[in-house]
Each structure stands twice: as structure tokens, then as C-alpha cells.
Design a protein around this ligand. Structure first.
Ligand code: SF4
Ligand code: SF4
Length: 354
């Protein structure tokens, strides 16, 4: 299903029939879990009836159950590397996503109650329920935040799952979209996506998902300026890079293809995601007396479960380049990770004329 482009311009695999592939790199070492990205996305795209429960962008604490609960064990994706057969998946229940909670606003505001503001009964699960819980034992417990959007995969199993070809990969940039006129709400795409990043709208009875803010990247500014997706633009620590994977002069290409330090989440699902992560490198463990112990805080095996075995080389490369930079040597990788060239952070207009 995918091919190496034959025009000699790029060494990146993009899907058959796709001109260029949008991509995003998120540096997990900078995420503070503020959910600004979540709210930026929600207020832009999913405030209408039937989409209240949806978070096209969510940020979950890892280790943790995530959103929807247990999505990593819900099936979907592909059975083999040749993408010939899909892996069966499950459709999450509404409880797994979490229902909106009711709060005791009326008692507090109109009935003089001096109770604290709190959800009424029934608040037993919701997105981000296990925030900051993490794992491990004091003084070496650990957690980190994982922001997630649709990966606009090169081999999207959601596309293959739809019997009406209502979900498709856009030719010009590889964005995966649901054609609302064709969709009949069968939810095969929800079942087929291993990341559970397609959602069913209970009012329109159709599926919806992240659209990579395509009106913004197409140039919705007054002068036709392009804007990166809202989740990226609004992020306080500016941890997201946005551009095209096959833009060989861009930082995304360098981080993914050259330095190989930006990795897809759960590569074993075989959809070949186009959202990549710089894995977290936490400080080492220490004793109760505060003495540093030469043991990694986040178990390496857990990071392998999330990002595959390539995480070992990625962390080694980052460690080596950090050391070089500390010694005063030039390190292109450290400059890229520090966004020393903010003009390159969002590179969306590179292929406009070609
Ligand atoms: S993350 Fe899921 S919804 Fe998005 S393209 Fe991949 S398979 Fe489809
Ligand atoms: S806005 Fe940025 S820092 Fe805040 S949760 Fe989202 S990705 Fe993390």
C-alpha cells in the first residue's frame, strides 16, 4: 500500500497516491499536562450536540488507562506487515469514554449551600480520571503526559474498515477525513482504529475525527496565511513541531528519519502513524535521603511497550548529544529539540508551488 516516492526528491515512505504527508512531532519532556491543547481543539471542533464526550486531542497520564479507558488493549490495526488483514477491534462503551458529570451548582449558587463545588453521584470515570497517578513507589514514583490526536496514519486501518469508503486519506497531504455525506454511522472505523481516535456522534449518527485543522493549514488568515493546528499553536511550552514528513529540510524529517529520536506510538499496531514522540527522559532514581542512584526512573521496558525497541537507540542518541552540548560542542539535535530556530517550528508552505 505504500511506496517510496520515485522522483528522487525524498527517501520517505508515503502512502500510494499521496503527494506529501503531514506530520507532527511532540516532545514529551516538555508537556506539563495543562490541557490547553485539549480545550483549543474542543472549543474549535467538538462543542455541538452529540460530540460532548469527544476529545479529538486528549492528554493522558502514563502509565494509566487513558481515554477511552483501556484503548491500548482494544484491538484494531493490522495483523501483519503487508497490511492485508485487519486485526479485529472493539468499540468502547460510553462509560469507557466517560459521561459528562453533573455538578452541585444550583445548591451553591441559589440555595445557600456552603458545600464545596463537586460532581453529583455517578462520577466514577472520565477522561483524565487517573491524572498524575502514574506508577512506582515513593521516592521513585513516576508519570508523564501523553498528548494524543489522530495519527493520520500511512496505513490507516480505519479507512480499510469502512464498507462505504466514507473515510479516506487526502491526496495532497495525507490527512485522514470522514466524508460526512457518505458516512452511515456503522462505526467500523471506530472498531478498526487501534488508537480509538474516531468517534461516533450520537446526534448526527455519523463518525467524526481530528481533521488536522485542515482549514487552518490551507490558509484561513485574512491574507491567506497558514496556521498550524490549534493544539500546536496554543501549547504554552510549544512542544509540537508541525510540517511534512517528506520535507527533507524541515526539523521533522531530521528528528524522525535522520536522528531517529522521534518515534511513533505503538508501532506494533502497524498503521505507521505520522505523529511522533520524543520519548521522556526522567531524572534517575534516588534514595529517601536524596542520594542519586544510577537506575532509570521510568522503566525502560515500559517505554519499549509504548514506542517499540527503537526507543533504546533514541534515548542513547539524545543522551550522547546532550553530553556533547554540555561540553560546549555543537549539537544540531539539541538545537532542534530546543527550537533554536522558531521559524522552522511550523513548516506548512514548503510544497505550495510544487
Ligand atoms: S489514528 Fe486511527 S483514526 Fe487516525 S488515521 Fe490512524 S487508524 Fe485512522
Ligand atoms: S497544551 Fe502543550 S503542555 Fe499543555 S497539555 Fe497540551 S501538549 Fe501538553
Amino acid at each position: 500500500m505504500s511506496s517510496q516516492q520515485e522522483d528522487g526528491d525524498t527517501h520517505v515512505n508515503v502512502a500510494d497516491g499521496i503527494d506529501h504527508q503531514v506530520a507532527m512531532v511532540m516532545d514529551l519532556n516538555k508537556c506539563i499536562g495543562c490541557q490547553t491543547c485539549t480545550i483549543a481543539c474542543k472549543s474549535l471542533w467538538t462543542e455541538d450536540g452529540g460530540s460532548e464526550y469527544m476529545y479529538w486531542n486528549n492528554v493522558e497520564t502514563k502509565p494509566g488507562e487513558g481515554y477511552p479507558r483501556g484503548w491500548e488493549d482494544s484491538g484494531g490495526g493490522w495483523q501483519s506487515e503487508d497490511h492485508s488483514e485487519r486485526q479485529p477491534g472493539e468499540i468502547p462503551s460510553q462509560e469507557d469514554y466517560g459521561r459528562p458529570w453533573e455538578f452541585n451548582h444550583s445548591e451553591i449558587m441559589y440555595e445557600g449551600s456552603d458545600e464545596p463545588l463537586r460532581p453529583r453521584e455517578g462520577a466514577e470515570w472520565g477522561p483524565n480520571w487517573d491524572e498524575d497517578q502514574g506508577a512506582g513507589e515513593y521516592p521513585n514514583s513516576y508519570y508523564f503526559y501523553l498528548p494524543r490526536i489522530c495519527n493520520h496514519c500511512t496505513h490507516p486501518s480505519c479507512v480499510e474498515a469502512c464498507p462505504r469508503s466514507a473515510i479516506y486519506k487526502r491526496e495532497e497531504d495525507g490527512i485522514v477525513l470522514v466524508d460526512q455525506d457518505r458516512c452511515r454511522g456503522y462505526r467500523y472505523c471506530v472498531e478498526g482504529c487501534p488508537y480509538k481516535k474516531v468517534y461516533y456522534n450520537t446526534v448526527s449518527k455519523k463518525s467524526e475525527k481530528c481533521i488536522f485543522c485542515y482549514p487552518r493549514i490551507e490558509g484561513e488568515g485574512p491574507e491567506g496565511e497558514t496556521f498550524a493546528p490549534a493544539c500546536a499553536e496554543e501549547c504554552p511550552p510549544q512542544l509540537r513541531l508541525v510540517g511534512f514528513l517528506d520535507d527533507e529540510d524541515g526539523p521533522i524529517y531530521k528528528l524522525v528519519e535522520e536522528y531517529e529520536v522521534a518515534l511513533p506510538l505503538h508501532p506494533e499496531f502497524r498503521t505507521q502513524p505520522n505523529v511522533y514522540y520524543i520519548p521522556p527522559y526522567a531524572p534517575p532514581q534516588h534514595t529517601e535521603d536524596g542520594e542519586t542512584v544510577d537506575v532509570e526512573r521510568i522503566p525502560r521496558q515500559y517505554l519499549r511497550e509504548l514506542f517499540g525497541d527503537r526507543v533504546d537507540d533514541a534515548l542513547d542518541t539524545i543522551k550522547r548529544e546532550k553530553q556533547r552540548a554540555r561540553q560546549g560542542d555543537d549539537s544540531e539535535l539539541m538545537e532542534l529539540l530546543q527550537h533554536k530556530n522558531p521559524a522552522k517550528q511550523y513548516r506548512l508552505e514548503v510544497f505550495e508551488d510544487g
